[in-house]
Design a protein around this ligand. Structure first.
Ligand SMILES: Cc1ncc(C[n+]2csc(CCOP(=O)(O)OP(=O)(O)O)c2C)c(N)n1
Ligand SMILES: [Mg+2]
Length: 321
């Protein structure tokens, strides 16, 4: 297994103070997506080209004629972030080969769940299949937030959105959240991981690690980015809610590093049901789950149990490639 060639950090003080997204953007207070993007760019540093499909992160940072981006930035259509990122990466390679530039500029996609689970999935798959050395970050606020909270393939079961109302016929979304990491690792890329804005050291280190692997191929990071207006909780509770997502097993932290699945702290201790917080602590604090009763809570609990045991099996059976 290739080892990450980077120094990993252990404390918040080691996260650089540099900001590559300028203030003055119009993101909501406590926007998980904006925080994710800030942290990610602190880890990549400025020698990157950001590719960002339409969504909240884009509309709040690029209001004509202004921009908050202090790094080169391309806004792309909803469906083609993977294709555009592939082109930019190939162009950088070609220009270096032809002696037109001598830089190791990296390409980073920052895409929402709608742009990744659903409409951009085809171009993401093409990018992964062709093996472009691009870091693709999915910031997951679990719905199409920018257009007013419609369900996506990343919306969890039972969540109420404007297209999955909760009433007498259905209780929010009927389908289960897509397992995007399993789809991604099906492309046998060097690195894929989950991360959460409430665990910034883990997130920072995963970005650094992913960047160090880009000479071998693509890397993918799935970041949970809660949305206070979309999920329905007070702004000041954003980090607490994000932390509960991991502490209840709802959003486990793990990484797929060269064919081996590793369950990261603190999720390793939450594999044990007795040490996990009850899922109701996460669910009951959000308006999108207001209609949920003990019956649905039991079903969610069972889904978590099933997914964690799948992860456990994968971590035991996965080997070194
Ligand atoms: C092809 C296409 N279909 C629909 C839209 C309208 N649209 C713009 S942003 C958006 C929602 C984006 O959702 P997501 O990717 O989850 O990002 P978020 O807004 O949640 O950050 C939609 C549906 C569009 N711009 N292009
Ligand atoms: Mg979204």
């Amino acid at each position: 297994m290739a080892q990450a060639k980077v120094k990993l950090i252990r404390s918040l003080n080691e996260i650089p103070r540099d900001e590559y997204i300028a203030p003055g953007h119009t993101a909501c207070p406590a926007c998980g997506a904006l925080l994710a993007a800030r942290l990610i760019l602190k880890a990549t540093g400025p020698d990157v080209v950001v590719v960002n499909p339409t969504g909240c992160l884009e509309v709040t940072t690029t209001i004509y004629p202004l921009t908050s981006w202090r790094v080169p930035y391309i806004h792309v259509a909803f469906e083609n972030a993977g294709a555009v990122a592939s082109g930019v990466e190939a162009a950088i390679k070609a220009m270096n080969t032809k002696g037109l530039m001598r830089r190791s500029t990296k390409v980073v996609v920052l895409a929402g769940d709608g742009g990744t689970y659903d409409i951009g999935l085809q171009s993401l798959s093409g990018m992964l299949e062709r093996g472009h050395g691009v870091l693709y970050v999915l910031y997951d606020n679990e719905a199409y937030m920018n257009t007013g909270i419609q369900r996506s393939g990343g919306t969890p079961k039972f969540a109420r959105t404007t297209t999955t109302p909760a009433g007498t016929v259905i209780k929010g979304k009927i389908e289960t959240k897509k397992d995007i990491i399993s789809i991604v690792i099906g492309h046998h890329i060097p690195y894929a991981a989950t991360a959460n804005v409430a665990f910034p050291i883990d997130l920072f280190n995963k970005v650094r690690k992913a960047m160090s692997y880009l000479n071998e191929g693509p890397a993918f990071i799935h970041v949970l980015a809660p949305c206070p207006p979309g999920w329905g909780f007070p702004d000041e509770e954003m980090i607490e809610i994000a932390r509960l997502a991991t502490e209840t097993g709802y959003f486990p932290l793990y990484e797929w590093d060269h064919g081996k699945l590793i369950i990261n702290p603190p999720s390793d201790i939450y594999m044990d049901k007795a040490r996990r917080k009850p899922i109701s602590e996460f669910i009951k604090r959000q308006d999108r789950f207001k209609h949920v009763t003990d019956v649905e809570i039991k079903a969610i609990e069972q889904e978590i149990e099933n997914f964690l045991s799948y992860l456990r099996r994968l971590s035991m059976s996965s080997g070194v490639t």
